[in-house]
Structures are given as C-alpha cells and as structure tokens.
Design a protein around this ligand. Sequence first.
Ligand SMILES: C[S@@+](CC[C@H](N)C(=O)[O-])C[C@H]1O[C@@H](n2cnc3c(N)ncnc32)[C@H](O)[C@@H]1O
Length: 272
Amino acid sequence: MTLVVIGVSLAALGGLLYWQLVLAEGVYLGQGMVTLLYDRVAPRYDSIKGYDPQAEDLILGRPVATMLGHVGTPLILDVGTGTGRVIAAVMQQPDFQGHALGIDPSAPMLEKAWEKLRVYEPRVTLMRKTGDNLPFPDGAFDAIILVEMLEFTPSPAAQIAEAVRVLRPGGLVITSRRRGAGAAMMPGKVHSKAGFERMLTGAGLAEVRIFPWQVDYDLVWALKPGSQPKPSHRVEDVLQCPCCSRTGMLREGDDLRCAHCDTIRTGPIIEY
Ligand SMILES: C[S@@+](CC[C@H](N)C(=O)[O-])C[C@H]1O[C@@H](n2cnc3c(N)ncnc32)[C@H](O)[C@@H]1O
C-alpha cells in the first residue's frame, strides 16, 4: 500500500513538473525560470523551430517592410527578440533602410541573435532586458514586434500597454496569439480570439487583424490610431540613460555613452 502511494505521488509530481517546465515553459514559476529555460535552449533553439526562410520572408519580412515603406528610415522595436528571427527577416529586405532594436532577458538567446544580425551593425542594436518599463519616451518607435512572447511575460496585457506607449500614433504592432493544444496548457496567459482583440483595443490599438499562421500561433496586426511624424530613426536618440533618465546617447563603436552624464553602456549586447 505504501509503495503504491509513493508511486502515485512520484508520478503526480513528475506530471506536474513536466507541465510546468516543458508544456508551460516555466511561465507560472516566474520570470527567472522562463529566462533560465531559454538560456538553456538557446544553442538549439533555431534547429528545434526549423523555420522555413521563404515563409519567414513572405509572412514577416516583406509585409513589415512594405507597411513601413512610407516612413523612409523606420525604427522598430522587437520585444522578446529571441534569436533575432523577425529582425533578420525584416533587415534582409532590400527596400528596408530602417533601424531595429531587439530586447530579450536571455543573454544566450541574444548571443545567437547577434551571430545573424551583426552584419547589419550599426542599424541593429541588442539589449538584455525584459519588456516591461521600456526605457524610451512615448511614441519613440514606428513599429513594435511582440511575436511568440506575450504568454511568457508576467502580464500580457501590461506588456501590450507598455508597447503601445512607446509606439507613435500611426505606428504598427505585429504580435501573435497562442492557440491550439499548447495554449490549453497556459490558462490565464492566453486569450480567445475575441479576448485577444479586446486586449489590443483596450490598450488603444485599432484595425486588429488576426490570421491563422503556425500550428501554435495566429499572427496579429494592429495600428495605433492617429498620425505623428517621429523626429528620430536611431536607437541612441530615443534611449533613456539608466542613470539620469534623459534621452540622447552617443554611439562609440559598439558602445553607447550618455550625452548628458557620461554613463556608458557597453555593447554589442547592451545590459540595461
Ligand atoms: C518563443 S521565444 C520567441 C522569440 C522570437 N520572438 C521569435 O519569434 O523567434 C520567446 C522569447 O521571449 C523572451 N522573453 C521571456 N520573457 C520576456 C519578457 N518579460 N520580456 C521580453 N522577452 C521575454 C524569451 O527569453 C524568449 O527569447
């Protein structure tokens, strides 16, 4: 009898751990666990995902470059950039002359991203940071990307609200909605189609379009209503200094130096 109880308890514990660590990817165990799991998977991440470069080009790269074509030199922010998949698809578009900042809390994921994005230096900057409390003034970016990442944040709705704050009126949001069997394992972190649309419109976005995309994800486009020209197209012009909070950093090779208080953030993957 005791052996049966021990066996059942161990099986239940194993099932719980499998759910929390593998199926839910650590989301209920806090940001530290999510980041630790991505740190560990980073070297194998791209081969596990096995993205088709042609599909990435067709579904992510070309549409983003086309939608931003009227801007000239757009500035895009990719929150939860991971191994830089979306930035790579956009930067390789011949008609995209803009700049991009990718942020992610996992240093090993960013190191993999840098391997593929360093050829676009200085138009690409990477920063180790979570997507909450973004160190930018309101309306700093022309487009915000939040692909395959919302469900890993402490609060997807708060993450969207913060992204909308740093997006200029008239700017574009590209995100994704988790669906299918994977979504069933993440209660409270994922939304129905209607619920997802409500979350975006509640944060001030409009013209929400939700398309079936991958097995586990819908792709979602939305616009921030209004129109406002953006004065700058470079990350260093909109980044707030971690010390004096003022905007205006100067690029010195891979490093960024505050124009006001001389604080320096060293690159190519800037710690913030
Ligand atoms: C499934 S990967 C997606 C990466 C990339 N967006 C893509 O489509 O390939 C999720 C990424 O979100 C990052 N992440 C987790 N929590 C985050 C947070 N609070 N803020 C920003 N990124 C986060 C992880 O480190 C990981 O790199």
